[in-house]
Design a protein around this ligand. Structure first.
Ligand SMILES: Cc1cc2nc3c(=O)[nH]c(=O)nc-3n(C[C@H](O)[C@H](O)[C@H](O)COP(=O)(O)OP(=O)(O)OC[C@H]3O[C@@H](n4cnc5c(N)ncnc54)[C@H](O)[C@@H]3O)c2cc1C
Length: 440
């Protein structure tokens, strides 16, 4: 298949990062081909996204960006039955053992299964001018020119055997299992440093039918694990009138994967909110396990040399502890950075892109995740004075947030990535924190 064109971008993988990258690439490239290994039929869970069956929170910032890139997606989600609420009024937050007060955040939250959200995004992206989604086709490796210094396309394997897709730009969004680091090595480039930070989160997910009144007008309940109680739960109303419950344990604590055990597990959480819902719910699926061993980051931005025509983003670049629910939002934020770089040059300088993306999106999310994970005594890593100060600071902010709607709003905005975590250090928030608990 000869597809050489003046402006052709190939995106590897049709996960959330790939679809959003394709949406922005279509603004700058005449043709965009999204190559996906899975056969994309219907709206079910699929093999290439094994985590897809677990509850997937879409943080408010991610939702805003997706609506901006694909206007009307909120309405489509609602039409498909995803309940709509306000992130401060209708989402119950239990972050540090106690509930945050209700506060109008002015931020949409529409819980839905990952399968539904992704399929709606995919339908919209596939309908954009110039975009083709080539499913049932695996990317095997890049093709190169100029002695391996320029990526010129990809070798694929579909139902009818291998073929080459020529491209002006290849964007790797193949997820955590991305092969780019190995490909670079095969081309004679150094392998990027890989940072792994063990956290060992064990998930179990089950779907239920729940009487609507059990949620007391809310769309979701998020009970986060704490070092004192290293277990948490995300309980959401989703499309089709279903409830998705995902429970998890940190550092090897394994929740039970049977119905009675799950109910008992919800009773052991710091508040009774999730238990109250599950107690009156009827299971409609079998519990499914998933294990997330470690935060993982590939430091491509530290390389001194990188082939032209190749970019990396999404979980291929950085995959963090999912209990903070950030992955899809980071993919959306990364798409905005990509849009800027493609706007300047449809074939941008890869290292300039990777360094900018790292500084503006990835570093902040990675650092907050690692610092928060380090509050668990069993997590390996150096607890510098700065880390200990941040633990103290977050604890004080969260304690104040449980009493003060203004601080609660700041926390919700930071946790949903609408604002950065640095915004919690703004004078207004700091003053409220000190008012509630004395000098910091
Ligand atoms: C248990 C768990 C729970 C999570 N919960 C949340 C949450 O609540 N909120 C949130 O925002 N994020 C969550 N995440 C993270 C989220 O799933 C990802 O960060 C997000 O989907 C972005 O991933 P991605 O598109 O980069 O990769 P993926 O979603 O992994 O997609 C990669 C795609 O590439 C395809 N592919 C791979 N190799 C090839 C190849 N060689 N050729 C062609 N196609 C290929 C795969 O089939 C797949 O479709 C969770 C993750 C886990 C593990």
């Amino acid at each position: 298949m000869d597809s050489r064109g003046a402006e052709h971008a190939v995106v590897v993988g049709a996960g959330m990062a790939g679809l959003l990258a394709a949406a922005v690439a279509s603004r700058h490239h005449g043709r965009v081909t999204v190559v996906e290994r899975d056969v994309l039929a219907g709206r079910g869970d699929r093999r290439g996204v094994p985590q897809g069956g677990q509850a997937h929170d879409m943080l408010a910032r991610g939702h805003q960006i997706i609506e901006e890139l694909l206007p009307g997606l909120t309405a489509r989600l609602e039409a498909e039955g995803a309940p709509r609420g306000d992130a401060g009024q209708n989402a119950r937050w239990i972050i540090s053992g106690g509930p945050l007060p209700r506060v109008h955040a002015g931020l949409d939250v529409l819980p839905a299964t990952r399968a539904l959200r992704e399929s709606l995004v995919r339908e919209r992206v596939a309908a954009l001018p110039g975009v083709t989604v080539l499913d049932g086709t695996a990317v095997l490796r890049p093709t190169t020119g100029g002695d391996g210094t320029v990526v010129t396309g990809v070798v694929c394997e579909g139902a009818e055997g291998p073929f080459t897709l020529d491209a002006d730009l290849v964007i790797d969004t193949a997820g955590r299992g991305s092969r780019t680091a190995a490909w670079l090595q095969e081309l004679g480039y150094p392998r990027p440093e890989e940072e792994r930070r063990r956290i060992d989160v064990n998930y179990v997910t089950c779907h239920y039918r729940t009487p609507e009144e059990a949620f007391r007008g809310d769309v979701s309940i998020n009970t986060m694990a704490t070092p004192e109680t290293p277990r948490g739960a995300s309980c959401q109303r989703v499309e089709d009138g279903r409830t998705v419950l995902t429970v998890y344990g940190i550092l090897g604590e394994r929740p039970p994967a049977d119905h009675d055990g799950l109910l008992a597990f919800t009773k052991s959480l710091p508040t009774g909110d999730v238990h109250e819902v599950i107690e009156v719910s009827t299971p409609v699926s079998e519990p499914v396990r998933y294990r997330f061993p470690a935060n993982l980051r590939r430091r491509y931005e530290r390389l001194e040399d990188f082939p032209a025509g190749l970019l990396v983003l999404g979980d291929s670049l950085c995959s963090t502890n999912p209990r903070y629910g950030q992955g899809m939002t980071v993919a959306a934020q990364s798409a905005l950075v990509l849009d800027e770089h493609l706007g300047r040059d449809p074939r941008p300088d890869p290292l300039a892109f990777l360094r900018d993306l790292t500084a503006r999106v990835v570093d902040g999310v990675w650092e907050t995740t690692i610092v928060t994970d380090l509050s668990y005594p069993g997590v390996e890593g150096e607890r510098t004075e700065e880390v200990l100060w941040m633990h103290h600071f977050f604890l004080r902010v969260l304690a104040a947030a449980e009493q003060d709607p203004e601080v609660a709003l700041a926390v919700i905005r930071a946790c949903t990535l609408v604002d950065t975590f640095e915004s919690l250090a703004e004078p207004g928030v700091m003053a409220a924190v000190e008012r509630h608990g004395g000098p910091l």
